[in-house]
Design a protein. Structure first.
Length: 271
């Protein structure tokens, strides 16, 4: 059974879809109030509506994690509504600059934008929430990294490097915030069929990878990658990541900090 999160408040960036949505619902199912934050207003409001169906209080907040004022306003809205931020999940992330799926080659814009969202945005959100957590001598910060942080790859080096930075930052800030009884951990998801993976498949399909290598549809190619690379032979889901986040957010994980937990069906087990 996952830990009890009743009377806890949670703020999830990147909550409008994919892994973020799975995390929002998992936290809500354990009793936490959940603020869904994302730049996608429509998606944010829909996930907040889904969270409300579980019977907990919820907020839908538009945020641009690359903008300090927007991040500060996001945290302030949660504190104004509920008085505290107990749990911060930094899930907002990108794999490249705008319209990266329409380009065959990575650009400097991909590097800049990816680090702005995946690293700087995460740091700004953590700093803003930590101000309130320090006052209460309590808090949980959960950063969503990736198995890309643990293995090299030729296609998206900027993304891999950004997620490696997330893991390194997690370890460093766990030491920094530990004396304030704030736990900081990371989760490294594996292969999930999310909007991001759909875009990856779209790029591969456009460049002829599907036809040249497999002759498969985008979804079929994803399924083949999962079958070929994971010992468990099955994809991971947003709910899998949400359950791990719910555990790390609970008092059951009170002595776990500075760690990066891999949820990948064994993908990285071979090195």
């Amino acid at each position: 059974m996952l830990g009890d999160l009743k009377n806890k408040t949670a703020l999830v960036t990147g909550g409008a879809s994919g892994i973020g949505r799975g995390i929002c619902l998992a936290l809500a199912e354990q009793g936490a109030k959940v603020a869904v934050a994302d730049r996608n207003v429509e998606g944010t409001e829909q996930v907040a509506a889904d969270v409300a169906k579980t019977g907990v209080a919820t907020l839908a907040i538009r945020v641009d994690v690359t903008n300090q004022a927007s991040v500060d306003e996001m945290v302030a809205k949660v504190v104004d509504a509920w008085g505290q931020v107990d749990i911060l999940v930094n899930d907002a992330g990108v794999i490249g600059g705008p319209q990266w799926w329409d380009r065959d080659e990575n650009t400097q814009e991909d590097w800049t934008y990816t680090f702005d969202v995946n690293v700087r945005g995460l740091v700004m959100a953590t700093d803003a929430a930590a101000v309130h957590m320090k006052k209460r001598k309590s808090g949980k910060v959960i950063n969503i990294a990736s198995i890309a942080a643990l293995r090299g790859g030729p296609d998206y080096p900027h993304y891999n490097a950004s997620k490696a930075a997330v893991v390194s930052y997690t370890k460093s800030v766990a030491i920094q915030l530990g004396p304030h009884s704030i736990n900081v951990n990371a989760i490294c998801p594996g292969l999930l069929w999310t909007p991001m993976w759909e875009r990856i498949s779209q790029r591969q399909s456009r460049s002829g990878v599907n036809a040249a290598l497999h002759g498969l549809s985008q979804r079929e190619l994803f399924d083949k990658v999962v079958a070929d690379t994971t010992p468990l032979k099955r994809e991971q889901t947003p709910r899998d990541i949400g359950k791990m986040a719910a555990f790390l957010a609970s008092d059951d994980a009170m002595n776990i900090t500075g760690q990066a937990f891999v949820v990948d069906g064994g993908f990285t087990a071979g090195g």
